[in-house]
Ligand binder design. Structure first.
Ligand SMILES: C[S@@+](CC[C@H](N)C(=O)[O-])C[C@H]1O[C@@H](n2cnc3c(N)ncnc32)[C@H](O)[C@@H]1O
Length: 300
């Protein structure tokens, strides 16, 4: 019997040419910027009106209001007094605005291809820089106490370069906290339809092909970072993914709505909805994990 993912893939194929989404690389800085420009308002409307763009981590079966703060609250626990903190890819800036409001002793830098605007009322301890965090030349070596990135490094093809830059700017004993998507096995180990879904989600979201757990571990090791903890949070993401799947299904389970939807909306937006359509089943069928990694730069 076909799995839910297989059924959904067949459905999507009725309306879109999958090859257009998955052929070639789709994660140049320009493509990433365009993806977030086109989807920015949708993130605010359907995900978080405060501008958080990451998944809620729910400890129960239902989403609680505070679940969106799980990642920044974890970051805050690792911040020493007067910390200098760097966020990779702050997106709409919600994590930094939240943290900076709570920790006036700290200073925050966010590096993004398309950094957010800072409202006049924003705390003064924030600097946003337009740039590619694969090259952090604007930040001195060993000057940062904590670096974090939430659902952003998945976009990069050369993760070793990013990790090396993080290791360079961190002070000895400084902490690196990362949240991102992982596939369980090596890409080649998956069935053809599963590979298509992995491709669709990766490239549809302007990312590199999502890497396996072992590949991510190797990036940390290569950068010489020392593990504090690694946590699989996939089950905890399901309530939020379920919410998104319901929204996407309202469109994609109807032939009439799907035809209209793919006709009138830009591809980078329809791709985002396709991701929402698949993501919950990807986790339930064991294709994807959502990981929290906490690492430390070794002393000396
Ligand atoms: C999903 S958003 C994450 C937003 C934020 N971390 C949050 O939790 O709400 C990913 C962000 O990473 C940024 N990004 C992706 N690759 C980047 C790179 N190489 N350099 C700088 N920013 C990058 C994108 O522009 C986008 O704003």
């Amino acid at each position: 019997m076909a799995s839910e993912l297989e059924n959904k893939l067949e459905r999507v194929k009725k309306f879109v040419k999958i090859e257009k989404i998955i052929d070639g690389d789709k994660n140049s800085p320009r493509a990433i910027r365009a993806y977030y420009r086109i989807n920015g308002a949708a993130y605010r409307r359907f995900h978080s009106d405060r501008g958080f763009m990451h998944f809620r981590v729910s400890k129960g079966d239902k989403i609680e209001e505070d679940d969106i703060f799980y990642q920044p609250d974890t970051v805050m626990r690792y911040m020493p007094q007067n910390a200098r903190v760097l966020e990779l890819g702050p997106g709409q800036g919600a994590n930094i605005f939240y943290l900076a409001g709570k920790r006036l002793d700290a200073t925050f830098i966010g590096v993004d291809l398309k950094p957010p605007r800072k409202p006049k009322t924003a705390p003064k301890n924030i600097t946003f820089i337009r740039g590619n965090y694969a090259d952090l030349n604007m930040i001195e070596s060993e000057s940062v106490d904590l670096v974090f990135g939430i659902e952003t490094v998945v976009h990069c093809s050369d993760k070793d370069k990013v990790f090396a830059e993080v290791a360079r700017v961190l002070k000895p004993n400084g902490v690196f906290i990362l949240y991102d998507y992982v596939i369980l096995n090596a890409f080649d180990a998956y069935k053809p339809y599963e590979q298509t879904v992995i491709n669709l989600i990766s490239k549809g979201g302007a990312s590199a092909i999502i890497e396996s757990d072992a590949e991510w571990d190797a990036h940390f090791a290569k950068a010489g970072l020392e593990k504090i903890s690694k946590t699989y949070l996939s089950k905890e993401g399901i309530p939020d993914l379920h919410r998104l799947a319901l929204t996407a299904s309202r469109i994609l389970n109807s032939d009439k709505r799907s035809k209209l939807f793919f006709k009138i909306f830009p591809r980078k937006f329809t791709n985002n909805v396709i991701i929402g359509y698949f993501a919950e089943d990807c986790v339930k069928e064991g294709l994807f994990y959502y990981n929290e990694w906490i690492y430390r730069k070794k002393q000396g």
